[in-house]
Ligand binder design. Sequence first.
Ligand SMILES: O=P(O)(O)OC[C@H]1O[C@H](O[C@H]2O[C@H](CO)[C@@H](O)[C@H](O)[C@H]2O)[C@H](O)[C@@H](O)[C@@H]1O
Length: 403
Amino acid sequence: PSTPQKPSASASPSLRPLLPLKPTHLVAFSHRFFGLSPVLVRSLVMTNHAAFAAEDAVTAVAAPAQPGRHFASFPPRRARDCRKASLGRMDLATSAVVMAGSLLDSMKASSPRHAMSPTGADQEEWIENHPSALEWFEGVLAAAEGKQIVMFLDYDGTLSPIVEDPDRAVMTEEMREAVRGVAQHFPTAIVSGRCRDKVFNFVKLEELYYAGSHGMDIKGPTKVSNHKAKADEVLCQPATKFLPVIQKVYKTLTAKMESIPGAMVENNKFCLSVHFRCVEEAEWDALGREVKAVLDVYEDLEITEGRKVLEIRPTIEWHKGKALLFLLECLGFAGRGDVFPIYIGDDRTDEDAFEVLRNMGQGIGILVTKFPKETSASYSLREPAEVKEFLHKLVKSNETKKG
Ligand SMILES: O=P(O)(O)OC[C@H]1O[C@H](O[C@H]2O[C@H](CO)[C@@H](O)[C@H](O)[C@H]2O)[C@H](O)[C@@H](O)[C@@H]1O
C-alpha cells in the first residue's frame, strides 16, 4: 500500500540511528539501491501516534493539460443518487461528534487558547510520524510514480490563513495561481465546510470540482475544456431533505447567539457553523449550552467541532471522506490501483478523508499544522504558505517529467 502503515514496535528503534540522514536521502537511497518502496522505508522509521492538542493561531500555472491527459481518459460519470449511500449515521473519524455532557470540554480540546507546549522530544516524535511533505517530497513523488494523482484541497486553514472574520478568509492571488497550476496537471477538488457558492467565490477557479457543506454539495467544473463532464452539473446532494430544518435552526440559533458577544452563526446551506473565535472563553460554556439546547429537539441534526467553531449538520453517513470516494468514482477511479489521491487539510473534519485514504492504502493525507495533533494523516505541512510551495513543486516535477 502507498499510505504509510504504522510500524511494528520492533522495527523502529533499530532504524532510528538512520534518522540523522535527511529523510529524502534515506528514501531515495533505499529506493534506488534496494528497490524498497519509499513509503515502506518511511513506515519503518515511524513510531506510534502521539496525541496532542494544538494552538489555533489567527494570522493577521502552467501550460494547459494535454487533451486526454487527465480528465478525458477518465470522464466523470453521470450524477448518481448518492442519497442511498448516505443512509445511517456518520462513521469513521467522526469522533468529533460531540457527546452529551462534554460539549465544553470538546470545545476547549479542539480550540485551545494556548499550545500545550509539547516537549522537544514529543515534537520530534510527531514529526517522525508525520514528516513534512516538502522535506519528503521525493518520497511522495516516488510513491505516486506511475499513478494518476488526484488532488483534494480543504479551504480554510489550508488555502487561506485562519482569520477572525470568516467572510474575510480570502486566498492570495499567488495561492490561486498555485491551485490553477495543479488543476492543469491533475484533477482537483476543493472540499470545504463552507457552502459551495461561498467557497467558489473565494477560490474563483471554474475548472475545479467543489464539494461544499462538508461534502454534502458536490458540483463539477463550470468550465469544461479538457474532459467530457457536463458543465455546471450538480453531482451529489445527499442532504436535501434536511434543508428546511437546517434553515429553521439557522434562524433560531442566530436569534439565540445575539445575547453572546462575538458569537456568529454562518449559514453553509446543508450545515451551519456557530463561531466562537471572538467569544470570551468564560462564555463558551453558555454558548455550548444554548446550541445544545436548540439541537436537543432535532434528532436528525448533530454537533461536531472544528477550529473555534461548532458545526451543526444532518446525521447522515456522509462527510469529507465520502465526498473524496464519490469524486474518485465520478472520475472513473473507483477500485483502481493506479490512482494516488492527495488530500490536504487542517481541520478535524478533514480526518474523515485522511482515514478513508489510510483504509484504502492508497494516496496520502497531509495535515496542515504547526503543532502536533492526533491525526490519521501521514504527512504534514506547517501552514498555507507551505501548501503553496508543495503545489508548485508538484507542478514543476510533472512538467519536468513530461519534458
Ligand atoms: O472545511 P474548511 O474549508 O476548512 O471549512 C471549515 C470551517 O472554516 C471556516 O471557519 C474557520 O475559518 C475561519 C476563517 O479563517 C475562522 O474565523 C474560524 O474560526 C474557523 O473555524 C468557515 O467559516 C466555517 O464555515 C467552515 O465550516
